[in-house]
Design a binder for this molecule. Sequence first.
Ligand SMILES: C[S@@+](CC[C@H](N)C(=O)[O-])C[C@H]1O[C@@H](n2cnc3c(N)ncnc32)[C@H](O)[C@@H]1O
Length: 412
Amino acid sequence: MAEVEESGKLKRKLDEEPDSISIKCLRRDSPVENDDKTANKDGEDQTGDGNALHHETESEEVPKKKAHSEDVAAHYNKLEEVGLEQRSTSRIFYLRNFNNWIKSVLIGEFLDKVRQRKQNITVLDLGCGKGGDLLKWRKGRISKLVCADIAGVSVQQCEQRYQDMRNRGRQNDRFFSAEFITADSTKELLCKKYRDSNMYFDICSCQFVYHYSFETYEQADMMLKNACEQLSPGGYFIGTTPDSYELVKRLEASETNSFGNEIYNVKFQKKGEYPLFGCKYDFHLEGVVDVPEFLVYFPLLEDMAKKYKMKLVYKKTFWEFYEEKVKNMEHKILLQQMKALEKYPADEGSRLVSQIKEDYEHAEMFKKDGKAKLPFGTMSKLEWEATSMYCKQCLKIPEIVIKFLSNMHMFA
Ligand SMILES: C[S@@+](CC[C@H](N)C(=O)[O-])C[C@H]1O[C@@H](n2cnc3c(N)ncnc32)[C@H](O)[C@@H]1O
C-alpha cells in the first residue's frame, strides 16, 4: 500500500510491491469507466486513509481550470534550435549529453530485446520534440517511425531533420520510413491520424513528456491509451519522467515553496498537499524548459497502465540506471563519445564548466580517495542535482496478455 504521513506528504517505500491505488478524481468531469482498474466495483476509493492524497468528494465545487497544454505547446514552439557550437558553451552541456546518453542506452536496450524476436521494428515517439532521438532510431535500424508532438513547429523541424538525414545517407542505405503528427496526445486519439489505422508498434518511447499529461485523470489516461493501445504483443512503453519522490523530498526540505540551484528551479504552489492529478509545479532549466509540469505519482501510473494490460518491467532513477549501465564497456565508450561527463581535472589550457571550487567538491574527494584513475568523468554538483530528479520506466505488454485479453491474472 502507499504509505502516507498524517501531514499528507506523498511517501512510499520504493522497495515495496506495487500497490493498487484507487482514485476518485477531484477534478474529474466524467464518471469512472466501468473497466477502470483504478477503482473498485463500486467506484470507491480503496486507500481509506483520509488525507491529501485522495481526490475526495465529487460534490466539492472545483473551478474548471484552463488546460496548460497550450502554454506547453507555445513554449516548445518558441524554443529555438541551438547549433552544436552554441550548445557546447552551455552551462548544462554535460547535463544534456548525460540525459541523452540515458535515452540512448534505454532505447538500445529495448530495441535489442525486440530484435531478438523480430527484424522489422516499428516505433511511436510520443512527444518527439524536434527529433532529438532520430539518430538513435537510425542507429537502432528500425523500419518505421511515427513521431507525434503537440508543438507544430517542433514537428516540422523534426520532419525536416529526418529529410536531411535521409538525403545525406547513401542511396542504397536502408532508411526507416516515418510519418509526423501534430496532436495533443492527452486529448486526441493518435490512431485516427495514422496513415494506416491498423498500425501497431513494438516500442512507444515517451522521453521527458509523460508528466505533462498528469493534469487530469482523463488526460493521463488518454496519453496512456495512445502509448499502449497500439502496442504489439510483447511491445514496450519506455520513458523518462521526473521522480515525484525526489521532487517532494526536496520541496519538503526547502524552507519555501521552491528549490533548485543556479541551473534549475522547481516551484510548487503549496507544500503538504499533493493531489494525484493536477499537482502543478513550474520547472525551469537553463535555456531549455520553462513550463508548468505535473507530479506523476508512479504507483498510480503503474496501476492505470493495467487497464491497457501493461506490466511494469522496471523503474529506476537516473543514478541507479547510470551505475548499472556504465559497467558495460560499450555503454562506457558511448558515454565518452557523447561527452556525457566532464573530464576531471580539466586538461591544461581548458576550463571546467563551473569556476566555483565547491561545485567539484565531490570530484576532489573522489580524486583524493586515490581509487580513481585520472582523469575521470563527472559533472558539477549543480548538474548532478538537476539530473538526479529523474527516473525512467519501462512497461511491457506481455505476449500472453494479448492472447488472453480479458484475463488479468495471466500476467500477475
Ligand atoms: C522535454 S521535451 C522532450 C522532447 C523529446 N522527447 C526529447 O527527449 O528530446 C517535451 C516534449 O513533450 C511535448 N508535449 C508536451 N505535452 C504534450 C502533449 N499533450 N501531447 C504531445 N506532446 C506533448 C512538448 O511539445 C515537447 O516537445
